[in-house]
Design a protein around this ligand. Structure first.
Ligand code: ADP
Ligand code: MG
Length: 399
């Protein structure tokens, strides 16, 4: 049984333990991996993530009152509030809710608001019980947060008859994460989790939120994506993220553009003359990374997946040397994977730890994984968690 199949059983069993009844249905949404386009989202640029074959499941039943109760396999204690109280809780009093429950309750809050904006009387939305189980590992850079938001949003959209689009549900997930949880993230993860498709990526313009499903063709080409979770998270990640954002804003201001998205590689010579070296290198990363996303989409279409290896490699080099967010563990994972025969490799996610990905021939996966594990042991690093992921469908109703 796959981890997602277990989560499906676990969510339904948990629902029955909680309520004594069977759920009316179950819905699920996947985690994601970002193939290329790092730290471009908050610069209004381009990203290219895909949904993965690990999902969070929400088993849901309706209640005859106007209360919402959530429970997760993470926590034996359910959390219950009146739907009418959600507006008073978020965002001002979110601290009264245990952190994990802010994700599903925040989604309910955001959707209730979206329903109101669409002219629905919120009092027409009935109470629900939601039991959650997940096959997406937490904190491994695979966005378990977008998965729990997407599963909850898709379920409530159906149960409440809201008929909101996948993009509107992604926005509700982001609002939950930003305002109900308090995490200042972009919308990439939610878009990937909502819109994913088997063997395809989501090419997303973070300014217009226009999204295109782009065939990856990994399966046809016999390629796999290997994830190396270094299981290292550096303490300065929060401060480092803020510093990078500030440098990007400074660079855009100096160049007189609304966001770094508005620059092209041809502007970099001028940028070098106008700003200090650190700011320049931050700008150079973002501007070249946007270009690499555009090139990856173009090359995939023209020449197929083997042609993007060099772009993955170049993306990593830029994060290491320009943006300075890699770590010795990530560099070792990437270099070793490449030497062992990967088509291309890069760190993925915000940096300062987390995971790297490598595009690898199916026949070489075991060899590359073993090489990375051996290199980590030889360097005295803790053992990484190495596994494959497959580009998969986005959020949907399971049964
Ligand atoms: P990630 O990179 O995995 O998205 P985040 O910190 O953004 O890491 O989100 C992880 C948090 O999301 C968890 O700490 C928990 O609060 C919440 N979460 C994710 N999945 C579940 C779940 N199945 N049940 C309860 N909470 C969950
Ligand atoms: Mg997250």
């Amino acid at each position: 049984m796959t981890a997602t199949a277990s989560a499906q059983t676990d969510a339904r069993d948990l629902f029955t333990e909680l309520t004594g009844a069977v759920p009316a249905g179950s819905w699920s949404a996947p985690g994601r991996v970002n193939l290329i386009g790092e730290h471009t989202d908050y610069n209004d640029g381009f990203v290219f993530p895909f949904a993965i074959d690990a999902r969070t499941v929400a088993a849901v039943g309706v209640r005859d009152d106007r209360r919402i109760r959530v429970i997760s396999t993470f926590d034996p204690v359910p959390v219950e509030v009146a739907l009418a109280d959600l507006d008073g809780l978020f965002p001002a009093h979110r601290d009264e809710i245990v952190e994990w429950a802010r994700y599903p309750l925040g989604v309910a809050w955001a959707l209730q608001d979206a329903a109101r904006a669409a002219g629905r009387d919120p009092r027409s939305l009935g109470g629900v019980d939601i039991a959650l189980a997940s096959a997406v590992p937490v904190g491994a850079g695979l966005s378990s947060s977008a998965a729990i938001e997407g599963a909850t949003a898709t379920a409530l959209n159906d149960v409440w008859g809201l008929e909101l689009s996948p993009v509107a549900l992604a926005r509700a997930g982001r609002r939950a994460e930003n305002d109900a949880v308090g995490a200042p993230t972009g919308i990439m993860d939610q878009m990937a989790s909502m819109l994913g498709r088997a063997d395809a990526g989501i090419f997303l313009d973070c300014r217009s939120l226009e999204a295109e499903v782009v065939d990856l063709g990994f399966t046809r080409a016999g390629l796999e994506v290997l994830v190396v979770d270094t299981r290292v998270s550096h303490a300065h990640s929060t401060g480092g993220y803020g510093e990078r954002r500030a440098a990007c804003e400074r660079g855009a201001r100096i160049m007189g553009v609304p966001a770094l998205r508005d620059l092209t590689p041809a502007d970099l010579d001028r940028a070098r003359e106008l700003m200090d070296d650190v700011t320049f290198r931050r700008v150079r990363h973002v501007v070249t990374e946007d270009q690499r996303v555009l090139d990856a989409v173009r090359l995939l279409r023209a020449e197929g997946p083997r042609s993007i290896g060099g772009l993955l490699d170049a993306s990593h080099a830029s994060m290491r040397d320009n943006f300075e967010i890699s770590t010795p563990e990530l560099d070792l994972a990437v270099d070793t994977a490449r030497t062992a025969g990967a088509v291309g490799a890069r760190m993925t996610g915000g940096g300062f730890g987390g995971a790297a990905i490598a595009l690898v021939d199916h026949a070489r996966v075991a060899e590359v994984a073993a090489a990375v594990e051996a290199a980590f042991a030889a360097a005295g690093f803790g053992a990484p968690h190495v596994f494959t992921v497959h580009p998969s469908d986005g959020a949907h109703r399971d049964r």
